[in-house]
Design a protein around this ligand. Structure first.
Ligand code: SF4
Length: 369
């Protein structure tokens, strides 16, 4: 494989440990902390053996799971391995995810020592009744304590909120969004997906799509009033505080994934995937790769770019695919425009702002079968 020296890469590292499993969670995470040391050693081996060694890295994202519950010194060991193997730029964005119950002064000091400059914390809801219903192990007060502690050391903090949770009312959504906007410069607002096999699924709980769409409109309106710009359907930021790492995914830029269940993309035609079995990862940490077809690349590009506020940049599309997106889709774009579902102007094709949350059916019409 040839590394493209013209490109800057993102690095994603998955930490699959959490204090307890939330009732809606389908991510790869375990409360068995006895595996932490072996896991970090395996991660470091994988980073040391990476075929991308030597490439320029300008974003690092340590996610999970709950990286803040890793043993002290673990983040530093991982970060040292990344810095020893890649050319990490001086202004790299380095994000670490955390949850309120495991934010401590030790954790914050370790983050500062290894150059972390962005924090992403899960809140999900500002109502304790909702937090209990979904099995979160923290309270709203824990969140407030944690975010205030973090704010002494970081000016770039993001928090997550989920819509469609049990016991959640419109007032709770407004309160959650307002709280997060008061303490953070970035907010992610996700719709709950009730994944098969989770305790929430087994309980028979299923939120209505219309109910979630109404909550989304409320959250969007509140964040807009508070000067947060929506730059992707689920992501809002004060100007200049957009996540540089996550933008790489939506802009089809290259990133390298380390750890169980992590994915990567070389920015051209190859995707890399780890399986989601922790024991298998520890036994053999190498990612599988697969080649993407022209159709895969087109569909991924259209789907990811239309999630963003900017949408498809027609010139960029031409450079990647060698033909004109608007000409190829002239008929369907004409029909979508006439229904005010899409906006085509100044070299951009984007979903109409008030249709962003119901974009899937629009995007489907532009995908190749
Ligand atoms: S904190 Fe996140 S990753 Fe961990 S169990 Fe809860 S939802 Fe899953």
């Amino acid at each position: 494989m040839t590394i493209d020296t013209e490109k800057s890469y993102g690095v994603y590292i998955h930490i699959p440990f959490c204090k307890a499993k939330c009732k809606y969670c389908a991510f790869v995470s375990t409360p068995d902390f006895s595996l932490q040391k072996t896991y970090v050693d395996t991660l470091i081996k994988e980073i040391n053996d990476s075929e991308f060694k030597g490439c320029v890295v300008d974003t690092i994202y340590i996610g999970g799971g709950t990286p803040s519950c890793l043993f002290r010194g673990g983040l530093a060991d991982i970060q040292t391995a990344v810095k020893n193997n890649f050319c990490v730029t001086d202004n790299a964005e380095i994000t670490v995810e955390c949850n309120p119950e495991s934010v401590s002064t030790d954790f914050i000091c370790e983050c500062k020592d290894v150059g972390v400059n962005r924090i992403s914390m899960g809140l999900q809801s500002s109502c304790d009744k909702v937090l209990r219903a979904i099995g979160r192990v923290h309270t709203y007060a824990d969140y407030l304590n944690a975010v205030e502690l973090l704010a002494h050391s970081f000016d770039n903090i993001s928090s997550d909120i989920i819509l469609g949770l049990p016991e959640q009312t419109s007032d709770v959504v407004i309160d959650s969004v307002t709280t997060v906007a008061r303490h953070c410069s970035h907010v992610s607002v996700y719709a709950l997906t009730v994944e098969q096999g989770t305790p929430l699924y087994k309980s028979g709980y299923m939120p209505s799509d219309d109910g979630i769409a109404d909550m989304y409109d409320l959250a969007y309106g509140k964040l807009h009033d508070l000067d947060f710009c929506r730059y992707e359907v689920s992501n809002f930021a004060l100007r200049g505080r957009e996540s540089r790492h996550n933008k790489k995914y939506w802009e089809c830029k290259p990133y390298i994934g380390f750890g169980v269940a992590a994915h990567g993309y070389d920015g051209a035609r190859t995707r890399f995937m780890h399986g989601d079995n922790l024991a298998e990862y520890i036994a053999s940490p190498r990612a599988e790769s697969c080649n993407l077809t022209d159709k895969d690349l087109y569909n991924e590009y259209v789907m990811l770019r239309l999630r963003t506020e900017k949408g498809i940049i027609v010139d960029d599309f031409y450079k990647r695919f060698g033909y004109d997106f608007c000409k190829r889709n002239a008929e369907i774009l004409h029909s979508l425009k006439s229904e005010n579902l899409i906006v085509c102007e100044n070299g951009f094709v984007k979903i109409s702002p008030d249709k962003m949350f119901v974009m899937n059916s629009i995007i489907e019409q532009l995908m190749l079968d």
